[in-house]
Write a protein that binds this ligand. Structure first.
Ligand code: HEC
Length: 161
């Protein structure tokens, strides 16, 4: 009797472990699917201008985001600008897709692993504050950034662009 209940217990425990392993696998798989979805969205909606690796084409007015995004991240207005800029805010993507895209892009393309995640709510808030004059607003933010220390992650110095 005792050994039978021990066996029952053991098989229940093993089943529990199996379920736990499955749940962990499912979570990992869905996180990976989210990342793939974010990368696909970037490739479909952004890379035509920004290039697959975010280098852009500065000679044609498309900034090299690997250099400019860290500078913009230095101020709250710059963080908002990443979402308010027409390429992002006027895209066909939902707020949730944009937050996923940004949270994928920061480490994957910009090389920044320390950026607080964008929430869907934060994206929606910035998106509802469109900019009147994008290039003047951008220049003002970057000039504000010039008074702060050079960005440690890139070693770039936030001088005139
Ligand atoms: C039609 C070309 C084009 C497309 C498509 C585009 N962008 Fe842009 N993006 C630009 C230009 C040009 C700028 C510079 C600011 C400006 O004049 O709008 C820019 C600026 C940015 C910036 C701020 C960096 C900086 O230095 O100003 C971010 C972040 C950004 N884009 C993200 C995106 C994302 C994300 C997508 C896709 C959802 C996207 N863009 C699609 C052209 C584009």
């Amino acid at each position: 009797m005792a050994s039978r209940s021990a066996r029952t217990w053991r098989s229940a425990a093993l089943r529990g472990l199996g379920l736990l392993a499955l749940a962990t696998l499912a979570t990992t798989a869905s996180a990976q699917a989210d990342l793939r979805h974010a990368r696909d969205n970037y490739l479909l909606h952004c890379s035509g201008c920004h290039q697959p690796d975010a280098r852009g084409k500065p000679s044609a007015g498309i900034p090299d985001m690997r250099a400019t995004v860290p500078l913009l991240l230095a101020t709250p207005a710059g963080r908002a600008f990443l979402i308010q800029v027409p390429g992002t805010s006027a895209s066909a993507l939902s707020d949730a897709e944009i937050s996923g895209l940004m949270n994928w892009m920061m480490p994957a393309l910009i090389g920044r692993h320390d950026v607080p995640a964008f929430s869907t709510e934060e994206v929606g808030r910035y998106r509802r504050q469109p900019l009147d004059d994008v290039s003047a607003h951008r220049a003002a933010i970057l000039n504000d950034g010039a008074s702060t220390t050079p960005d440690k992650a890139t070693g770039a110095s936030p001088g005139p662009m």
